[in-house]
Design a binder for this molecule. Structure first.
Ligand code: FE2
Length: 141
């Protein structure tokens, strides 16, 4: 099962790194796009999620460095200058959190056989699943 090269692993970690940086960027924007009283409700949620997502990105970058590589980052994020309701912001967050979760699940299938990496990815899947569940609970739909 050791068909994975360091280069393969770095490539997978880079994918997750980009996913987290993109999500963090979107959280930063969402936290500032919500207007009106909804801000009181969702700003803390979005800011906390931003901080946590940036931390995830940093952990991934450290893992990439530990493999002797430099993180590669290619992202394209468009966040329009449109006001959002709290619900709309949470709905958008749910969309990219689900994408991040899917990305980790895909990576898990690819890194099969590298036990420490598998364990790390599994723990990320647990955390991201928790995020998705929280957002769904808040959206109550
Ligand atoms: Fe994350």
């Amino acid at each position: 099962m050791s068909r994975l090269t360091t280069q393969n692993i770095v490539m997978e970690l880079n994918r997750a790194f980009a996913e987290e940086v993109e999500a963090a960027t979107r959280y930063l924007h969402l936290a500032n796009a919500v207007r009106g009283l909804d801000r009181l409700l969702v700003e803390p949620v979005l800011k906390e999620a931003f901080t946590e997502t940036i931390q995830h990105a940093e952990v991934l970058a450290q893992k990439i460095r530990a493999l002797g590589a430099v993180p590669k980052l290619e992202i394209s994020v468009q966040c329009p200058a449109e006001p959002l309701s709290g619900r709309e912001a949470l709905r958008q967050a749910l969309t990219f959190e689900e994408a991040a979760l899917e990305c980790y699940q895909d990576i898990l299938r690819r890194v099969e056989g590298d036990v420490p990496l598998e364990e790390f990815i599994r723990s990320q899947i647990a955390v991201e699943s928790e995020h998705v569940a929280q957002l769904k609970e808040l959206l109550d739909e």
